[in-house]
Design a protein around this ligand. Structure first.
Ligand SMILES: [Zn+2]
Length: 204
């Protein structure tokens, strides 16, 4: 399993190398006209954003495996061997941000900024909005009090289960409705999040 963690780090390195290649391609320019340029930049940005997701996912697995390895090291004869449910529990913890796994955020931020050719100011403004913390007991869509909290692991935004299902209708995935958030919510992947109430209390 130690090899798995090393392998995962290797994969993340390769992903980042590919992102750098894309940034290099975009810097070469050579676009026929502005429309082609805009389309290509959008495509490059999309590719790098996908890579960032993979990097984040890779780091999650890395963290989980490391915890599992330590579990095994500390194992006494009468302890239970880590099980599938232990893995699920760790995955949930990581997803909820307890372990604060975000991948190599700064790296991808710089790459994307390079591709978009943006200056620092606009990017920082966006970042502030994305980092906006959810302090409210209200559901972001219905603006009513949350009854059954569910969390979108991609961005840690919390919704009321009924509200988001009603809002999505027949769609399986929707864009996160929190202002400034560009993550996608896949309804089947929403995680029940009763701990939300504790977090809210601590913040108040
Ligand atoms: Zn969100």
């Amino acid at each position: 399993m130690a090899e798995f963690a090393t392998g995962m780090r290797q994969i993340r390195k390769t992903i980042k190398k590919s992102a750098e290649d894309i940034a290099y391609m975009s810097s070469k320019g050579g676009f026929n006209n502005d429309q082609v340029k805009t389309t290509m930049i959008d495509t490059y940005v999309e590719m790098v954003e996908e890579m960032q997701k993979l990097d984040k996912e890779g780091q999650k697995l890395e963290e989980i495996i490391e915890v599992l390895i330590n579990d095994l090291k500390d194992l006494d004869d009468d302890d239970d061997v880590p099980t599938r449910s232990r893995y699920d529990q760790l995955y949930k913890e990581v997803a909820k941000g307890k372990k604060n796994v975000a991948g190599d955020k700064q790296f991808f931020k710089d790459i994307l900024r390079g591709i978009r050719n943006e200056d620092d100011e606009t990017e920082d403004g966006e970042e502030m909005e994305v980092m906006q913390v959810q302090h409210s007991r209200k559901d972001p869509i219905s603006k009513k009090d949350i009854v059954n909290p569910v969390i979108n692991e991609a961005c840690s935004h919390v919704y009321d289960r009924d509200s988001i299902y009603e809002f999505a209708g027949k769609k399986r995935s929707i864009k996160c409705a929190m202002q400034g958030c560009s993550e996608t919510i896949t309804l089947s992947k929403l995680i029940n999040y009763p701990e939300y109430w504790n977090n809210i209390k601590q913040q108040q």
